[in-house]
Design a protein around this ligand. Structure first.
Ligand code: GSH
Length: 281
């Protein structure tokens, strides 16, 4: 480790703050790293209108502050956390060959799974399910970000999402020639291939950076009630893996604040036929 001091996750653990949006796939990765490493932390749900003003570093979410140091870039933050907290569960295996495998799957999460999920948002042709998803994302942002967003902004969130530069770049990385439902299916099949018999990605015995990056990409859209996210319940391998990962995570702070939870995960992988309760509101 370079010039950083190693810090133990004990009563000497410094204050940790995750600067996040509830539905940022990258910030959710870091949220799950912290839950897995059993580190106490708080979330600062940033307002997109004050993004650059409120971020401690960089121009994008997530940013993580540990004591007086701040970092950006989700996967880099994971590696930094392992260096800072070597006594809490590791995100990367010690074995070099396994480490290379995990980092390669993490790249698949970043460059395939996350951009592919963005195709379920408005911006790739008119489709009422996508418009609903855009509207719901605006509502989630309003209910969870610091100070909320003006109602006009919230109402036009599907339009905002369809025009955002970074989302356009992401959509350009996807299989745009495939219809959305086929592209979603291809991604889920690629994911199952990466499981390699499991129980965790790459056939690992314990969750790694790759699992903790992929987990919220399935779970968060499902829990806030986005359309198409419910299709994961048709894949027993994915439901079993979700259950495996979840059993290693701390609950607090919750990945999805209760005020915006619409669907709960089933208690056991076997219950995934009705996949938990659909909540009102
Ligand atoms: N490579 C970055 C990507 C972060 C990112 O794209 N964050 C989005 C939110 S999901 C963001 O802050 N976008 C606002 C912007 O780019 O202005 C990471 O892995 O952390």
């Amino acid at each position: 480790m370079s010039n950083q001091k190693r810090i133990q996750a004990s009563k000497t653990t410094p204050n940790i703050t995750l600067y996040t949006f509830t539905m940022s796939p990258y910030a959710e990765k870091v949220h799950c790293y912290l839950q897995y490493k059993q580190l106490p932390f708080q979330c600062f749900y940033i307002n997109p209108l004050r993004l650059k003003k409120d971020l401690p570093v960089g121009t994008q979410v997530p940013a993580l502050t540990v004591g007086s140091e701040s970092r950006a870039e989700s996967s880099d933050i994971g590696i930094w956390l392992d260096e800072m907290f070597p006594d809490s569960p590791s995100l990367l295996p010690a074995n070099q060959e396994e480490r290379v495998k995990v980092l390669a799957i993490d790249q698949w999460v970043t460059h395939r799974l996350i951009p592919g999920n963005f195709r379920n948002y408005p911006g790739s042709g008119v489709n009422m399910r996508r418009v609903y998803n855009g509207w719901r994302l605006g509502q989630v942002l309003h209910k969870t970000s610091h100070g909320g967003i003006p109602w006009l902004f919230q109402a036009s969130w599907p339009l905002v999402l369809s025009q955002l530069g970074f989302l356009k770049e992401m959509r350009d990385m996807t299989d745009k020639h495939l219809p959305l439902e086929v592209a979603n299916q291809v991604l889920r099949e690629e994911f199952i291939a990466h499981l390699a018999e499991g129980p965790f990605l790459g056939g690992m015995k314990k969750p790694t950076l790759a699992d903790l990056g992929a987990y919220p990409q399935f779970v968060a859209p499902y829990m806030v009630g986005l359309h198409n996210a419910e299709e994961i319940t048709e894949y027993p391998e994915i439901m079993q893996w979700i259950h495996n990962v979840r059993s290693h995570l701390e609950d607090m702070p919750p990945l999805i604040p209760s005020v915006v939870v619409k669907r709960r995960l089933p208690e056991s992988a076997k219950d995934s036929v009705d996949c938990g309760a659909v909540l009102q509101g």
